[in-house]
Design a protein around this ligand. Structure first.
Ligand SMILES: Cc1ncc(COP(=O)(O)O)c(C=O)c1O
Length: 463
């Protein structure tokens, strides 16, 4: 608990300059040897140690981490059970190639996954090493099973950066520019972004007309329904800015898939493993997907991914989806520890109650600041959309950056996401305490006040 104790001291007594001298050196060294293509860093943060929801950097600065390792460090940093499980496994057997050996830890993980994922049918699991790869596999599986070529995805979707996953994404041009030809025969439908409806309609009167658009327009005029293998969807869009669709949206997608023999692929890379207050977010929509995709949240951030689906759909030829490091026994031990901790520490419940607390505090703040256009989320997946004013809803990316930067200066990691870079995304570890959540909200209040009053100088990106 030493990091928490230090955190609760007054901020000024413990903060060095940012980036501190040691961090600055690492930042400079990284620029000399690591390709910029693999990062979009929000801050010059060089974490050295983590404990629960707190990170300490190389200069001794301490932060509450609302990024949660990009929504995947679900049981926090250095959880003793995770540490023990990983140490124990690596000391016994660090690798057992699933393609050639039987792997007891992989079997145990698969047994757990088939029991906690929605659907009471017989299931099988395919393992990958990341969310992107798992999305790639889900599409291979869907195409193979249906013998159809097309996939429907959504504007704002982020399914990852491999060639396949980038082909499915509808998020930022940088994911695709210069990389064509990507995987063909993907078509994008508008996502249910009610705050900025593509059809300028209002929920609930619209009755999720965006889902009807797929049936009435895309399947009628753009691609033949009987050539569509899958609809791939995030139950809540993460990187696009925590966009929470209404219940009818996913239910209508399910109905369209049933009508045309299309597979519904739900990508729970960010929303899964308890983040939204249930094992998987899609459960809260009363929808059972055909294929469910998991990413690193499975192992609280260690590299693993998985696709879970009906046995019949998952029966592809031997070796058709085989990765050397998939279902690595160390990662699988981390998955088992993660699931055990989520169950034992009642983290689904904690995600709900702390999520409600945070949303309440943010909505109170919204009453005071017209620049807070929307506060939305489920469990501990929360987005705060920053606008010039609530009437115009004009995105305010600079102000969002200023709030985020001020929060960072005050010891809070509060990243900027969103299609227009104007959404503050809150996805901390699920074991965040009420005390820390309140402290995080206090910092957000101060950061919003300072940014709105023009007191924040955005650091020139010198790191
Ligand atoms: C919904 C979703 N799917 C897939 C991915 C890709 O996961 P990974 O970075 O582990 O490949 C991401 C990453 O941002 C994601 O948000």
């Amino acid at each position: 608990m030493w990091l928490v104790d230090e955190l609760m001291k007054p901020f000024n007594s413990m903060r060095n300059s940012i980036p501190g001298p040691k961090a600055k050196k690492i930042v400079d060294r990284e620029q000399e040897v690591i390709s910029g293509a693999i990062s979009v860093k929000f801050f010059p943060l060089v974490p050295e140690r983590g404990e629960g929801c707190i990170l300490r950097d190389v200069d001794g600065n301490i932060y509450i981490d609302l990024l949660g390792g990009a929504a995947v460090a679900n049981i926090g940093y250095s959880h003793p059970k995770l540490v023990e499980a990983v140490k124990d496994q690596v000391s016994k057997l660090q690798h057992a190639m699933i393609g050639y050996y039987y792997n007891v830890k992989a079997v145990e993980v698969a047994e757990k996954l088939v029991s906690i994922t929605p659907g009471s049918f017989e299931k099988r699991v395919a393992f990958a090493t990341s969310g992107s790869e798992a999305c790639d596999f889900a599409i291979k599986i869907a195409k193979f099973y249906t013998e159809r070529p097309w996939v429907i995805s959504f504007t704002g979707a982020c399914h990852g950066h491999t060639c396949g996953a980038a082909s499915l994404s509808g998020f930022k041009g940088v994911m695709k520019r210069g990389f064509s030809p990507l995987i063909p025969q993907v078509v994008w439908a508008p996502y249910a972004y009610c705050y900025r409806c593509a059809f300028k309609l209002e929920y609930p009167d619209c009755r999720a007309a965006c889902a009807d658009y797929i049936k009435d327009h895309i399947l009628d005029h753009v691609v033949p329904a009987d050539e569509v293998a899958a609809i791939i969807v995030e139950p809540i869009q993460g990187d696009a800015g925590v966009i929470v669709p209404p219940r009818e949206f996913l239910a209508k997608l399910r109905a369209i898939c049933d009508e045309y023999g299309i597979l519904l692929v739900v990508d729970e890379s960010q929303t899964g493993m308890g983040r939204c207050g249930s094992w998987f977010a899609v459960e809260q929509y009363g929808v059972t997907p055909d294929l469910l995709v998991c990413g690193e949240g499975l192992a609280s951030g260690l590299p693993i991914g998985a696709v879970v689906g009906p046995s019949e759909v998952m029966s592809l030829p031997a070796g058709s989806c085989l990765l050397t490091s998939a279902a690595n026994p160390v990662m699988c031990s981390a998955v088992l520890a993660t699931i055990e901790v989520i169950e034992e520490e009642k983290l689904l419940e904690n995600a709900v109650s702390i999520g409600e607390l945070v949303v309440k505090r943010l909505r109170e703040l919204q009453e005071r600041y017209d620049v807070i256009g929307d506060v939305r989320g489920k469990g501990l997946m929360i987005g705060v959309e920053i606008v010039r004013d609530s009437a115009s809803k004009t995105p305010a990316p600079r102000l969002t950056g200023e709030i985020s930067w001020r929060a960072f200066q005050l010891g809070l990691i509060l990243p900027v996401y969103g299609l227009k870079s104007n959404v503050l995304k809150i996805t901390p570890p699920l074991n965040i305490s009420e005390e820390l959540a309140n402290k995080a909200c206090d910092i957000i209040e101060k950061a919003v006040e300072d940014a709105v009053k023009g007191r924040v100088q955005l650091a020139a990106k010198t790191w």
